[in-house]
Write a protein that binds this ligand. Structure first.
Ligand code: GMT
Length: 375
């Protein structure tokens, strides 16, 4: 099929999922067109089956706020017309589903009926979308999508509880591509990060408030008091400076490496022993799943959809949000015994395979086919 994908092109989970989905679809013979304001960070190779169309928003002094939705919907109309696109898949409701609806309406005037699939990712529902300024537009856009999918059962329930939704919501979980981590992955340079006897704990996020970065530091502080350990912090965001300050206050700066954003998280996860995700809310926790597919057990909060990914006592442990004592105890329990650590690592991988792209991709393909047939 010919599919247009709209997403945020940044390091956020929704953009990562949309990009990996597009890449996988193109490998399965579909023609994929990304329409967004910048080439998505994980989209490296463009070709016959995979295209990128940049949405350009010209600056005009009259506009206090430059109208991105207008530019996006116009670009979508042009792209859909020019490439005979058959389905439009928007990731993150705000403002993509809203712009997508306008696109549909404009094309309808010309007799073109394009079905729109909206995938809800999390903060579009749990945080930003709840704001009274956005809520009516989000409700409208969801109700006027042809198909709505959500990345977890928890997010589906939250959407139904917080918005007046008439649409069916289908749960299609996030996924990982195991084939990317074959046995030929030999470039795992652990020695660059830590001594052999040290455990490596990792956190990856956009360092926003919801990630509870101070909890990450609190948990690690307790781990390194119990055993030799290093922590790797990957990502950029508003909470990063405070995290650095906190590490300095605790005198653990020499044990924590702040690496900034990375396109190659697999090269970091391949030598990690434990992943920390103490988030306040998390619709799914893609970062945890990416850790698990790299054989890294997870210590997390039990917020939102995380329990659908991280299994208590199997792939790691879950604690109530903010319970850093319990998280630290669980982390130490896994890390202090090498045999136990190996068992958790093995089970993390086994369970991550539930979300392998090979089983999730057909679900999206089925949705596209159904939406196209019913257009
Ligand atoms: O995690 C973030 O804050 C980024 C955000 C996004 O939309 O890019 O992530 C959300 O979507 C991911 C992919 O579906 C989910 O794995 C994350 O759990 C979700 N984040 C939150 O719900 C806070």
């Amino acid at each position: 099929m010919k599919i247009a994908i709209v997403c945020y092109p940044t390091f956020g989970g929704s953009g990562v999922v949309a990009t990996e989905l597009g890449i996988a679809l193109s490998k399965r013979g579909h023609e994929v067109h990304f329409v967004t304001y910048k080439q998505p960070v994980r989209l490296e190779l463009l070709g016959n089956n995979i295209h990128f169309h940049e949405v350009f928003v010209p600056e005009y002094p009259l506009f206090h706020y430059q109208p991105y939705e207008l530019a996006l919907s116009s670009k979508l109309v042009d792209t859909i017309r020019m490439y005979d696109i058959e389905v439009l898949h928007v990731h993150y409701a705000i403002p993509h589903a809203y712009a997508g609806y306008m696109t549909k309406q404009m094309l309808r005037e010309e007799g073109i009926h394009i079905p729109m699939i909206t995938t809800l990712h999390g903060t579009d529902i749990t945080l930003v979308g709840q704001h009274p300024f956005y809520k009516p537009a989000v409700t409208f856009s969801i109700n006027n999508s042809d198909v709505v999918t959500s990345v977890s059962q928890s997010l589906k329930e939250q959407t139904l509880a917080s918005f007046d939704i008439r649409q069916e919501i289908e749960v299609i979980p996030n996924f990982v591509d195991r084939s990317k981590y074959g046995s030929d992955f030999t470039d795992c340079q652990r020695s660059l990060m830590a001594e052999d006897h040290e455990r490596i704990v990792t956190h990856i996020s956009n360092f926003r408030k919801v990630k509870r970065i101070p909890d990450v530091i609190e948990v690690f502080k307790r781990i390194q008091e119990a055993m030799p350990a290093k922590m790797i912090m990957v990502g950029e965001g508003p909470e990063k400076e405070h995290a650095e300050w906190l590490c300095e206050q605790y005198g653990i700066m020499d044990k924590v490496l702040f690496l900034g954003n990375s396109r190659e998280i697999d090269r970091i996860l391949c030598f990690s022993d434990l992943f920390l995700l103490p988030s306040e809310t998390e619709s799914f926790g893609l970062a945890a799943l990416e850790a698990m597919i790299n054989e890294v057990p997870v210590i997390s909060s039990n917020a939102g959809g995380i329990p659908e990914v991280n299994m208590e006592g199997v792939t790691g442990y879950l604690s109530p949000v903010g319970d850093v004592e319990n998280m630290a105890q669980n982390a130490i329990h896994i890390l202090e015994d090498s045999e136990r650590l190996e068992t958790f690592k093995k089970r993390a991988l086994e369970n991550a395979m539930r979300f392998d792209i090979q089983s999730v991709m057909p679900l999206y393909e089925a949705v596209y086919e159904k939406a196209y047939a019913n257009r």
